[in-house]
Structures are given as C-alpha cells and as structure tokens.
Design a protein around this ligand. Structure first.
Ligand code: GTP
Ligand code: SPV
Ligand code: MN
Length: 606
C-alpha cells in the first residue's frame, strides 16, 4: 500500500515527515498478508542476510546471523527521556528529551538512503479489543517487518481500527546503515556501531525512537519498548499493571482451572514455565503468554491478564525435547532463527538442543565449527542469546482463551530469579505488601540477554522490570502498594517467590526444574484453593515437608536444603537490601517497604 492511500491524515503527515528526514528510496505501508511476509523473507535471502532452511525438516523457516555488536538488548544505550530526570529514576539512563531528539534527528537524517521505509501498523493485543494498544513502527529493516508479523498483529485490519483519527504510539526505527549508490548489504547484517545505538523512550509524549540496532527488543518496538516501558507509564496513570510476566493456565486432576503469572528476569525461565509439561500425573499446563502480561481489574474485583503479543521470541540454547517439547514443536515451521548454528543439511543446532553437533556446522559468526567436547574453552556454536521467533498459534498447548480480549483471572503471581544460594524453592508471601516487598528485592545471576552486563554476577532486578520500567522504580513500587490498598486483598492474586536454580557444592543444580516445576505449581494451586499445607516461617509460608512430592534424583537431604530457611543467608540478603539496594531509591522508596524490611529482620533475629 502506498502512503497516499492512508486514510488517517495525522498518520500520513507523520510518515511523510519521517520520509523527508530519513530519505528512503521508497515508502511502503505494510498490509500484514502472507504474501508480504514471503516477500520480506525473499528480500533478506536475496541480500544474503537470511539462509533458507531445509524445507523437509523446517518448512518456512530461515536463519539470520547478526553483527557481533548486535546480539541482545543494550541496556546502557537504552533511555527513558522524561522531561524531568527525576521521573526516570536511578535505574534508567536519562538524557534531556530535547537534546536526545536533536542528536537522534541528526542520526536519522538520510539514514534510510538506498533502502525502503516500511510503515508497520500493529496491534498489541487482539485487533479492536478494548485492552489492545495500537502502534505504528517505521523501519528500514525487512527482518523487523517479518518478525513483527509473527510477534504482533500487523496490517490493514489495524488501519481499519485506527480509522481517520485513532490514536497510535509512534515508533521510529532505523538500522542506521544507509547504502551508497549501487551498494547492497551483501550478507552483512546492517547496524550502527555500539556508541551510535539509541533505544529511546519519551514517556510524556508516548514516543519510541530506536536507532542503530536490528535485534530483538531493540528493534521489535511493540515488545519491550511499547508493551512494557511505555505501557508501564500508562498503567501507572490508569491503575493497571504492565508486567514482564508469563501467563499460564493450570488444570488439576479434578478439572479445576487456575491462571498464574510469573515475573522472572530475562533468560530465567518464563518461556519454559509457560509451556511446561507436568511430570505430576493428572495435571495439565497450557500457555497464554510467555513474556508480557497486561492486567486490569474486572467488575468482579479480580485481576484479568492478557498477552499483548502474538508470538514467542524465545531463547534457543537449552531448549530441547526434554526441557521444552512444546517450544520445539512450535518452532518446526514458519519460524525465524537468529544466531543459532547451521548444520550441513540446512537445519539448526544449538548448545543444549539434546544431541551432539552433527558434523561440520556454521557457527553464529558464519565460521566453520566442529564440536570438540574435550575443549572446555571452545566458543559456543550458537550465541547464548540466540533466539527463535515463532507464532503462538503453533504452540501445541496454547490455551483456547489466549486471545480472549476479556483476559484470564489471575490467582497467583510468581517472582523468581537465578539464585544459587539462600532463596528456597518456593515461599509464599504472608500478605500483599510482603509480596510487593519480595518483588522489590528480586535478584538474579546476570544472563546473556543483555549485551553490556557481566554474566554470572548477581544483580537486583525488582519485579524482573529493572530494564523495562518506563519511570522511577520507587514510584513503581508505590503503584504496586496502591493496587493492594485500593482493592479487596482477598480477591488479589497470592504472591509467591520461586527459585529453580539452587546449586550444590559441586556447582550442579539441585532441583531438576522444567517439567518437575509442576510439583511446585501444584502446591501453589492448592495454596490458592486453601488446601495446600504450609508452615509459617520468618520469610513466609514454606511447604510442609510432605507437601511437595520429591522428584527422582533429588535426595531427602537435598529437598530439606532447598526448603529450609537459611537464617544466615537471609540476614546477609536483608543487610544487602538495606545497604545497597533500597538506598538507591532515596525518598521515593515507600516507607511500607522499609517497614517490611524491619519486620523480616526482626523475625529472623527472634
Ligand atoms: P526472556 O525471553 O529473555 O525473557 O527469557 P525467559 O525468562 O523466557 O527464559 P527461558 O524460558 O527462555 O529460559 C532461559 C534459559 O533458562 C534456557 O536456557 C532454559 O533452558 C533455562 N531454564 C528454564 N527453566 C529452567 C529450569 O527450571 N531449570 C533450569 N536449570 N534451567 C531452566
Ligand atoms: C528479554 O530480554 O527479556 C527478552 C528478549 O524477552 S528481548 O525481546 O530482546 O528483550
Ligand atoms: Mn523477556
């Protein structure tokens, strides 16, 4: 579709102004059809950016290899440019919005030369539903267009909802690599150098400006930028929640259903938990969402969640038929792979796929790679943050209500992270405010999902929202407290803390995780139903020793270890929160949270 055909004068002018600045060779409005998707893929194959995969093994699938500077989110190049620095808070990078727009306008000037500008109208949430939000992303990347087709609802149907004056969140994106006359990408992933990348958010004017990166959350602007950073600001203003949470449906052997959401930091197990195959007989888990939940209160006083996305942008390494068979089934067709390894028969391979590398591979850098299991120093064939983009509707256990605009009523919130020590397998908050306290102190070993952080160290990632909160984190805590104060607590979700990542002295995981996590979900289900057995401890309610059946390979001693209150460890945890974590938020740290900190400390000392 041509810009002249746009029926929304505001949108048309915005696109024309952007084109005048970025000077693409042509402008195209996306219609969201399969033919358009196929054309995007063909363009990327023709320019040498994509490799078509074996149509017998992986029909409709392609592989991309990105530039080594462009393999994950870049947190130190991500900005919340609120009018006042104070409103971005201590955990976000801030630049004065006027100054940032000036810098970025300079970068955008001529940035699309030699390329096509694609205008992507997209809906986060089912098209036309009350809860959905519309965005329009302008991009010069056919890779982004194809990914947006899978991750969001794209095209003409969205323009129809917009009509001639509907509201949309304007999103600029350019890879920042203009082409000279006759120049082609010729197999080289286009992006700008690290110090020219900007992932910028303007919370007051609800705008997103992204420059220089073509990867994941930096470039697919409906996801972290709109559905979390901008939506968290809307949620604060309008009294709802926009969270970095999976949504699952769990059914017990009696056929009773509950819905649970869970916030774990990036690469800490949301996709896996959302698609889990229970090892506990008679229980089933189905998927509603794997990364983001938008939650609003229903007329009955309960909190209802929708998944604003339409696909999964999941971590490939570690995904296999044992750990996550449902993901493996989902990504067998119509899937975009990025930075995994290529096999000789044009299939894909990654570390933890469940079998040895078959022969000679091409690694994510495009080099020949032969597995050498004796060499501990060998670089991985797939980047640790390599990902698949697969349609949610292809998931064998997608819940039938996953697109219901009403959302699903939530019974429990889980918080968790990678904690090798101290934090028990599961722990239930004593109250809403205690749960908010637990969310505010989430810590996790850093993973490969952000490029500029040192993997392995522990950092505090409150509510798993540290990189995704569009305003002052202290005000965000306050928002959570207010939700509790202004609603009937008996109808609010119960709050739990989980940790699948405890390690023993030898550095091995004690808990087998994955499908065995169903044992913990069953206890959580029963606690919500009022039947699960728990003991009151200084840190919260822990399962009684017989409440969670022990999985194979976990000894009685192991079980005791991961379900005990490690008094010394918790005292150190509390001291760290008091000295290093809470002071960061200054007077914005709600006094209710200091009261919780004092209370837990007192209980630990009793
Ligand atoms: P983002 O998409 O970055 O937000 O990540 P995510 O939270 O969805 O994480 P994901 O489910 O993709 O898991 C990330 C990594 O953790 C993968 O390598 C998984 O194999 C591993 N993992 C997930 N669940 C478990 C578990 O229960 N135990 C262990 N040991 N590892 C797990
Ligand atoms: C995350 O990092 O939490 C992701 C991947 O889900 S990205 O979309 O790149 O943010
Ligand atoms: Mn995520």
């Amino acid at each position: 579709m041509n810009v002249q055909e746009l029926k929304h004068p505001g949108l048309k002018k915005w696109v024309e102004d952007a084109a005048a600045l970025m000077t693409p060779d042509s402008v195209e409005v996306c219609d969201g059809t399969q033919a358009e998707y196929d054309r995007m893929i063909k363009i990327t194959i023709d320019t040498g950016l994509a490799t078509p995969l074996n149509p017998q093994k992986l029909p409709g699938c392609v592989l991309f290899r990105s530039d080594p500077s462009d393999v994950a989110r870049v947190e130190n190049r991500t900005y919340i440019a609120s009018e006042k620095q104070e409103d971005a808070g201590p955990t976000n990078n801030w630049i004065d919005p006027e100054e940032l727009k000036k810098t970025m306008t300079g970068l955008y000037r001529g940035s699309m030369k030699g390329r096509t500008m694609y205008v992507i109208p997209f809906s986060m949430g089912p098209v036309g539903s009350d809860i959905a939000k519309i965005g329009v992303e302008i991009t010069d990347s056919p890779y982004v267009v194809a990914n947006m087709h899978i991750m969001t609802r794209v095209g003409t149907k969205v323009l129809e909802v917009l009509g001639s004056n509907g509201y949309y969140v304007p999103c600029f994106h350019s890879v920042g690599k203009p082409l000279g006359p006759g120049e082609k990408d010729a197999g080289k992933w286009p992006c700008a150098p690290l110090d020219k990348k900007y992932i910028s958010h303007f919370p007051e004017t609800r705008e997103i400006w992204s420059y220089g990166s073509g990867y994941g959350g930096n470039a697919l602007l409906g996801k972290k930028c709109l559905a979390l950073r901008i939506a968290s600001v809307l949620a604060r203003d309008e009294g709802w929640l926009a969270e970095h949470m999976l949504i699952l449906k769990i059914t017990n052997p009696q056929g009773e259903v509950k819905y649970i959401t869970g916030a774990f930091p990036s690469a800490c197990g949301k996709t896996n938990l959302a698609m889990l195959i229970p090892t506990l007989p008679g229980w089933t888990v189905e998927t509603v969402g794997d990364d983001i939940a938008w939650m609003k209160f229903g007329a009955d006083g309960r909190l209802y969640a929708i998944n604003p996305e339409a696909g999964f942008f999941g971590v490939a390494p570690g995904t296999n038929n044992d750990s996550n068979r449902n993901a493996m089934e989902t990504i067998k067709k119509n899937t975009i792979y990025t930075n995994v390894a290529l096999t000789e028969d044009k299939s894909v391979w990654w570390e933890g796929i469940g079998y040895d590398a078959p022969g000679k591979l091409i690694d994510w850098n495009g080099n020949e790679w032969i597995q050498d299991k004796g060499n501990k120093e060998q670089k991985p064939a797939a980047h640790p943050n390599s990902r698949f983009t697969g349609p949610a509707k292809q998931c064998p256990v997608i819940a039938k209500e996953w697109e219901d605009p009403k959302g699903v009523p939530i019974s429990a919130f889980l918080f968790g992270g990678r904690r090798p020590k101290t934090i028990p397998l599961v722990n239930q908050a004593k109250s809403w405010i205690h749960g908010v306290f637990m969310g505010s102190i989430v810590g996790s070993e850093v993973t490969a999902a952000a490029l500029d952080l040192k993997a392995g160290t522990i950092r505090r990632d409150p509510f798993a929202m540290l990189p995704f909160c569009g305003y002052h984190m202290g005000d965000y805590f306050k928002h959570w407290i207010k939700i509790g104060q202004s609603h009937d607590e008996s109808k609010l979700p119960k709050i739990f803390f989980v940790n699948w990542f405890r390690k023993n002295e030898a550095g091995k995981f004690i808990w087998p995780g994955y499908g065995e996590n169903s044992r913990v979900l069953a206890w959580i289900f029963e606690r919500c139903a009022g039947t699960g057995k728990g003991v009151d401890t200084p840190i919260g309610f822990l399962p009684t020793p017989d409440a969670i059946a022990r999985p194979a390979g976990v000894s009685e001693d192991d079980m005791k270890e991961i379900l005990k209150v490690d008094i010394a460890g918790w005292k150190a945890e509390i001291a760290d929160v008091r000295q290093n974590h809470y002071p960061k938020f200054g007077d914005k740290l709600p006094k209710e949270l200091y009261a919780e900190l004092d209370a837990i400390e007192k209980r630990l000392n009793a």
